[in-house]
Design a protein around this ligand. Structure first.
Ligand SMILES: [Zn+2]
Ligand SMILES: [Zn+2]
Length: 142
């Protein structure tokens, strides 16, 4: 199935900082966004709100039984946005690929949803890193 095409402007940095502090969900490392929009990660035609991952938070702890989570932005068609730390789906397919979409997502695991735009964008970032403020590719990389 194709990916949902819903987009929503990325909230300003001040808002994201408040999310990290208020939800005790600080990013595990530096956070950078490739665009100033969030793209829904679900399969097209889903019910309910749209969602995009903002960053990963938390670490695996065998003592407490906690797992890393994603901080997700979920938005309704009305434009209302909420931020929720949720674990990943974690389902695994027969090739060992695991589903990197939030738990309780609508039908369509990550490997069942195709996003031609994101695929093309990723290919352009790899081919033209300078365009995105990244260091040039080392010579010799195909
Ligand atoms: Zn959506
Ligand atoms: Zn899944």
């Amino acid at each position: 199935m194709l990916q949902c095409t819903a987009v929503h402007p990325l909230p300003p940095p001040e808002t994201l900082l408040l999310v990290a502090v208020r939800q005790d969900a600080a990013p595990n490392g530096p956070v950078s966004f490739l665009s100033d929009h969030m793209l829904c990660e679900f399969g097209e035609g889903h019910d309910g709100s749209h969602a995009d991952l903002l960053w990963e938070t938390g670490t695996l702890s065998w003592e407490t039984g906690t797992l890393p989570k994603g901080v997700w932005a979920r938005w309704a068609d009305s434009g209302a946005v909420e931020f929720v730390p949720l674990p990943w789906c974690g389902a695994e397919n027969e090739t060992g690929e695991w589903c990197a979409v939030l738990s309780e997502h609508p039908p369509g695991h990550k490997w069942e949803v195709t996003d031609p735009t994101r695929t093309a964008f990723a290919a352009d970032v790899i081919a033209n890193p300078e365009k995105y403020g990244l260091p040039p590719r080392p010579p010799g990389l195909g």
